[in-house]
Design a protein around this ligand. Structure first.
Ligand code: NAD
Length: 295
């Protein structure tokens, strides 16, 4: 079998268009969508990431602000910045760039973000809502994975899904959203014995580890849907650098029914889901305001 490509870049462009239309409608009635990101300390990579985010947000009409705090910022400093944004009615979405300097606890700070403004869906409250089946804002990468699978037209209900990688940012939320779709989910991690015995059963295989080429053709069931979340920079024998996933793309393409490329798969879709979540936050706040406004 030769796999069909799931074109994350094209699907992301489509999703962005939908966001842009609704953001424009809201702006016309004076309800601007505004995302503020907090960057603590600065590395060239973080600056580039924030710059890209600013560009993609503005492209769909979302007003993007970046607050830069020094690398020496304390928990109190960052918490105060978050609380100001929580209280500011002009700010409809908040995100905290990771990684943080080591004196800061990311989980505690993410917990401080108003769950309705938490556009990354990382606050413990939002993760909890997913567990209880009342999703408010879902984590972006997990949402991207679900959207990419749905684009194949295959119904996840009852399918055997295996997720490799069990981090808080990727694997665990992905397994939660797959469970919500009623797939039968196995979550594998570094301590999983005989990984291949699990992955070979997967009708849907999602890999989020960060190890180039971890999954080869032998790991994959004929006709599976393979979603590669991994992003790895490797150096080729001629010294050039290349971005690859965790899946051996060429070999696995011969066996899978559908596969995502890296780059151009989960990555762009995750960015599109951040914009979609930013719009959702703004809409949820509007609903709250309308409910609280006396008639
Ligand atoms: P992480 O290091 O926090 O977690 C890695 C997970 O993989 C852990 O649960 C670990 O137990 C598991 N693991 C490690 N080696 C394994 C092995 N040999 N077999 C099975 N499991 C193993 O990484 P992360 O933050 O979850 O990121 C994973 C990858 O996904 C990275 O390449 C990252 O760049 C990428 N990523 C991409 C996006 C995106 O939007 N495209 C978002 C988040 C992460």
């Amino acid at each position: 079998m030769t796999a069909r490509l799931i074109d994350g870049a094209a699907l992301a462009a489509q999703a962005r268009l939908g966001v842009q239309e609704r953001v424009t409608q809201l702006a016309r009635v004076g309800r601007a969508v505004q995302l503020t990101a907090i960057l603590v300390g600065s590395t060239p990579a973080a600056e580039v990431y924030a710059e890209n985010q600013s560009r993609t947000s503005h492209a769909v009409g979302i007003d993007y602000h970046l607050i830069k705090l020094p690398a020496t910022a304390t928990m109190d400093d960052v918490r105060a910045a978050i609380e100001n944004l929580n209280d500011d009615p002009a700010v409809t979405g908040i995100m905290l760039h990771l990684p943080l300097p080591k004196q800061l606890d990311a989980t505690v700070l993410q917990h401080a973000i108003n769950p309705v403004k938490d556009v990354e869906g990382v606050s413990p409250a939002n993760i909890g809502y997913v567990v209880y089946g009342h999703t408010l804002i879902a984590p972006c990468t997990a949402l991207a994975v679900i959207e990419l699978i749905k684009s194949t037209g295959v119904n996840l209900c009852g399918l055997e899904a295996v997720v490799v990688g069990a981090s808080e940012i990727a694997g665990k939320p992905i397994s939660l959203l797959l469970t919500e779709q009623k797939a039968t989910v196995t979550l594998c991690h570094i301590e999983t014995k005989h990984l291949i015995e699990h992955t070979r059963r997967a009708e849907v295989l999602v890999v989020a580890v960060g190890k180039a080429g971890l999954i080869g053709a032998d790991h994959v069931k004929e006709g599976a849907i393979v979603i590669d979340v991994g992003i790895n920079r490797i150096t080729l024998p001629d010294g050039t650098k290349k971005t690859v996933g965790d899946v051996q793309f060429e070999a696995v393409s011969e066996k899978a029914a559908y596969i995502t490329p890296v780059p151009g798969g989960v990555g762009p879709m995750t960015v599109a889901m951040l914009l979609k979540n930013t719009l959702r936050s703004a809409e949820l706040l509007l609903q709250q305001n309308d409910t609280n406004t006396p008639t």
